[in-house]
Design a protein around this ligand. Structure first.
Ligand code: NAD
Length: 293
């Protein structure tokens, strides 16, 4: 079998266009959706992510605010910025780019964000709402993007055995929680594998849908995947490649070529889950606006 490629660039664009159309309709009613992104320090990857988020926000016709502060900012100063954004009526979504410098308590900062503006979906109120199936939950962008990739590509999760590899708060756990919800994109039978799982390859081989979010280059090999499985690769890993000008290339958590030969559908890296994350951030901002008005 040769896998169908699930194109995250194309789907991300469709979702961004849908968001832009809804944002234009809201604007006509005098409401401009606003997203604030807070960047602390000089981490190059974080700077690049924040730049892409700002650009996508402006392209969708939204109001974008970027707050940048040096790594030496105190926790109290950062909390004061969050407080100010929490009460700013022009801001509907707040995102504090992680990781934060070590002297700042990340949990405390995330807890301070008004859950109604928590477009990353990391506040315990939104985590709890997701678990109980409350539709007003703001859902973490990456796993929510994966659900869109499945449903909008006609991949039925109902009754399917979905194996999620990785149990992080950002990807693995919310991914599993989304897949067990009732309704489209849910109703799956879910197994979560992690670093302590016994005979992980055997568990993954029993999956109709494999979702890899481990952070280990090409960890999932063809022998772990059964014929016709759907494979979603969340991983983004840099591996050295002296033949390239940058000296590295990006690969996922899945050994793409060999697994694509066995799977029925697969996401590439880059161009798969990555572009969906920013699209869902915009969609979440829109959801936050609609729930606030
Ligand atoms: P994380 O490091 O927080 O979590 C990794 C998880 O993998 C852990 O739960 C751990 O138990 C599990 N794990 C590690 N080694 C394992 C092993 N040998 N066997 C089984 N399980 C193992 O990472 P994360 O934040 O969840 O990110 C995972 C990957 O997804 C990374 O490559 C990251 O860059 C990528 N990511 C991509 C996007 C995107 O937009 N595409 C967003 C977030 C994360």
């Amino acid at each position: 079998m040769s896998a169908r490629i699930i194109d995250g660039v194309a789907l991300g664009k469709v979702i961004r266009q849908e968001v832009a159309a809804e944002a234009a309709a809201l604007k006509a009613r005098g409401i401009t959706p606003g997203l604030a992104v807070v960047l602390v320090g000089e981490n190059p990857a974080s700077k690049a992510y924040v730049g892409s988020k700002e650009k996508a926000c402006l392209e969708a016709g939204m109001h974008s605010v970027k707050v940048t502060r040096p790594a030496e900012i105190t926790e109290a100063e950062l909390l004061a910025i969050v407080d100010q954004l929490n009460t700013d009526p022009t801001i509907h979504g707040i995102l504090v780019q992680l990781p934060l410098p070590k002297h700042i308590n990340t949990e405390r900062v995330l807890l301070r964000i008004n859950p109604a503006k928590d477009v990353d979906g990391f506040h315990p109120v939104n985590v709890g709402k997701l678990v109980i199936g409350d539709p007003t939950a703001l859902k973490p962008c990456t796993p929510w993007g994966v659900i869109q990739m499945l449903t909008r590509n006609g991949i039925d999760t109902k009754g399917a055995h979905a194996v999620v590899i990785g149990r992080s708060t950002i990807v693995g756990k919310p991914m599993a929680n989304l897949l067990i919800q009732q309704g489209p994109g849910g109703d799956a039978t879910v197994t979560v594998c992690h670093s302590r799982t016994k005979d992980l390859p055997a568990v993954v081989r029993s999956a109709d849908i494999v979702i890899a979010a481990i952070g280990k280059a090409e960890f999932v090999t063809a022998d772990m995947v059964r014929d016709g499985a759907v494979v979603i690769d969340v991983g983004i890993n840099r591996v050295d490649d002296a033949s390239l000008p940058k000296g590295y290339k990006l690969v996922g958590d899945v050994a793409y070529a060999e697994v694509a030969a066995k799977a029925s559908a697969i996401t590439p890296v880059p161009g798969g889950v990555g572009p969906m994350t920013i699209a869902m951030l915009l969609a979440n901002t829109l959801q936050a606006v609609k729930q606030s008005s």
